[in-house]
Ligand binder design. Structure first.
Ligand code: HEM
Length: 407
């Protein structure tokens, strides 16, 4: 079969429960040119090399179709550093990193451990003796939202509004052909702007009266790289809020789903909780919440696996496919919670590799440990579950389970 509709098939909602056979098809070709001129890359070595290649840009303004893509956006509006190249990316990332965690302030994430455990225990207690639980609504969603909002200093009463905006921004990443992309992009843009204005106001309050949270620190500190401007502060805080909650929800939920499908692994984790950190790494490989990076652009013609990807063409790196590449991982389609040498692409790689990885790992390890302790085990009540729309940030919308069955 021709591969020029592969991306359309990958993004087709009907394939959300199991896109992996399509990724295997992609790897057979290494690089697949799509009908619209985009290039898909699905093999581990090629993806890794491109993520480390300074000729590959994260700034869509370098794309040939940038004008159309960015219609309605203010070109002067500050962009978040995930969508910028060095040196601007490096300066903004370092400014945010200084206050965020390892390697500069390991104490911050460590101090969070207790907070996260308390929030997770609270949510688990809230489940009471309920037999049937929706892991997403009852547990996996409220946890990361509470954590990232607490970290930034977003007041509890504003959390539902923040979530609504984040959802709209993420919906903007949806590539489903059956929906109107321009309309979705407009809604996403409005939500991003509203969130930026809200965070800008909050930051101004924190400038006047700092409260010790991340936003207060980002707003007030001067370092060797200077201070964030108001615009940069808004875009950085928006990025942290969105990146910090829509992804971790999916990792926790994919964890409960995968363990529900592998009762022997669930039992092993009950018997040996020390295995949890490795099991979470394996989840990031096996069911990564970020399936592909849709917005890279070559700044020059680049040769990839014998194919020339021209300057300015859309380049899509399918991380979830690289994670199943048999040339890199033995038995790639098997979930092995004790897998060794697991340099997966779940957090990307290179200069843009995930900034929040230590936090996401910690949250997921704690979340699954608390669930195992509270529920003992669980049985899936819907398999496959109903998925969220997005093919990029892929995960179940609901995950009904019954406690105590299965193992
Ligand atoms: C970047 C995945 C959680 C903040 C990335 C990238 C991936 C990723 C794949 C690379 C993007 C690229 O190369 O274009 C994940 C997953 C998470 C998670 C799977 C949860 C399981 C978090 C959390 C935060 C966060 C909790 C913050 C609180 C960021 C930021 C970037 C990023 C700021 C941009 C880094 C840069 O451009 O230098 N993440 N992430 N992420 N992530 Fe995460």
């Amino acid at each position: 079969m021709s591969t020029d509709t592969l991306f359309r098939r990958i993004t087709d909602y009907a394939n959300r429960p199991d896109p992996y056979p399509l990724y295997a098809e992609l790897r057979e070709h290494g690089v697949a040119r799509q009908e619209d001129g985009a290039f898909l890359v699905g093999t581990y070595d090629e993806i890794t090399a491109l993520l480390h290649d300074p000729r590959v840009s994260s700034d869509v303004r370098n794309r040939d179709d940038a004008e159309e893509l960015l219609a309605g956006e203010d070109p002067a509006a500050p962009r978040s550093f995930i969508a910028l190249d060095d040196p601007e990316h490096d300066r903004l990332r370092r400014l945010a990193m200084r206050r965020f965690g390892p390697p500069h302030t390991p104490g911050r994430i460590d101090a969070l451990r207790q907070d996260i455990t308390a929030i997770a225990e609270d949510l688990a207690r809230g489940l009471g003796e309920k037999q049937h639980i929706d892991i997403v609504d009852d547990f996996a969603f409220p946890l990361p939202v509470a954590v990232i909002c607490r970290l930034l200093g977003v007041p509890g009463e504003d959390v539902p509004q923040v979530h609504e905006w984040a959802d709209a921004v993420v919906a903007g990443l949806d590539f489903s052909p059956e929906e109107e992309p321009a309309e979705r992009r407009r809604t996403a843009l409005q939500a991003r702007q509203a969130m930026g204005v809200y965070l800008g106001e909050l930051a101004r309050t924190r400038r006047e009266r700092p409260t010790g949270d991340l936003l207060s620190q980002l707003a007030n500190e001067d370092g060797p790289d200077g201070r964030l401007t108001d615009g940069e502060l808004m875009s950085t805080a928006t990025l942290l809020l969105i990146a910090g909650h829509e992804t971790t929800v999916n990792l926790i939920t994919n964890g409960v789903l995968t363990l529900g499908r592998h009762p022997e692994a669930l039992q092993r984790l009950c018997d040996d909780p020390e295995l949890m950190p490795r099991a979470v790494e394996e989840l990031l490989r096996f069911e990564p919440p970020v399936q592909f990076l849709p917005q890279r652009t070559p700044l020059a013609d680049i040769e990839v696996a014998g194919v020339t990807v021209p300057k300015g063409a859309p380049l899509i790196l399918v991380l979830a496919s690289g994670n199943r590449d048999p040339l890199r991982f033995p038995e790639p389609d098997r979930f092995r919670p004790d897998r060794e040498d697991n340099q997966h692409l779940g957090f990307g790689s290179g200069v843009h590799s995930c900034f929040g990885a230590p936090l996401a790992r910690l949250e997921t390890q704690i979340a699954l440990t608390v669930l195992l302790r509270r529920l003992g085990s669980w049985r899936l009540l819907a398999d496959p579950p109903e998925y969220r729309r997005s093919p990029v940030l892929r995960g179940p919308r609901h995950l009904p389970v019954e406690r105590g069955g299965g193992v």
